[in-house]
Design a protein around this ligand. Sequence first.
Ligand SMILES: Nc1ncnc2c1ncn2[C@@H]1O[C@H](COP(=O)(O)OS(=O)(=O)O)[C@@H](OP(=O)(O)O)[C@H]1O
Ligand SMILES: Nc1ncnc2c1ncn2[C@@H]1O[C@H](COP(=O)(O)OP(=O)(O)O)[C@@H](O)[C@H]1O
Length: 244
Amino acid sequence: MIAIGGRSVVQRKSSPLGLGTGIEPPSPKPGFVSFGVSRNTPSSRLSIRVMAMDGSGAVSASAVSDADLNTNGHAGNLGKSSVACALSQMLQSKGKLSYILDGDNVRHGLNRDLSFKAEDRAENIRRIGEVAKLFADAGVICIASLISPYKRDRDACRVLLPDGEFIEVFMDTPLEVCEERDPKGLYKLARAGKIKGFTGIDDPYEPPLNCEIVLSQKGGSCASPCEMAEEVMSYLEEKGFLQA
Ligand SMILES: Nc1ncnc2c1ncn2[C@@H]1O[C@H](COP(=O)(O)OS(=O)(=O)O)[C@@H](OP(=O)(O)O)[C@H]1O
Ligand SMILES: Nc1ncnc2c1ncn2[C@@H]1O[C@H](COP(=O)(O)OP(=O)(O)O)[C@@H](O)[C@H]1O
């Protein structure tokens, strides 16, 4: 389970199943993936389906190593969704089916009854873990893009899957970088006390101690989403998940 959450919904231009249409962004920055990103409106949510990391497909399970990748980090704006999408596209290019479960997106549908209280975050992650397991059972690589701030909730997802098939990716993006990005203005609201219990501000994030992959800023600059997705691909390659 690769969990990467976010407010943005990525609509694939195409998918292995031919589902989903996207809106090309004007001019992607170097290292960014060129696929459509739209806000989490009801209509856009409906189109984030089936493909390879943001989607899934019907391929014989034996042809695809199933894995559950969970990308998390201490707060929003880490770049979870961007890495999820880049990874999805890379998997698709290798003929691997995947599906993205983005926390912010799922919270508009399956998990719309849940708040950001600790018990609701736990339930959010539990449900996403169970859905990811179903994808894995079908031979689809499921990328879950979530903050998942509490270790206990992440560990509960891990044990749902066979050993080695839950791959926890920690995006260790500095808080100040997340705050600077702030495309939704949520950090500003949280700093102003207008949102309570915001991860990284007045709600805790428990960093993983034994995750499979850490994507961290090296030196003074942050790697692009594609570069980070490449790191995940290298891990998958090394572990044999990308074999035909
Ligand atoms: N209080 C609070 N704390 C943290 N995040 C908040 C909160 N309120 C809203 N948001 C927005 O919700 C997105 C995180 O949803 P998740 O489902 O990934 O969170 S969690 O795993 O249940 O903790 C996250 O979106 P991303 O930026 O995509 O991570 C936030 O923008
Ligand atoms: N590696 C990166 N370098 C620079 N900006 C980034 C990077 N990754 C994401 N961003 C930008 O940060 C913002 C949040 O990215 P997003 O992938 O939605 O994060 P998250 O899903 O963690 O909230 C977006 O405006 C995105 O373009």
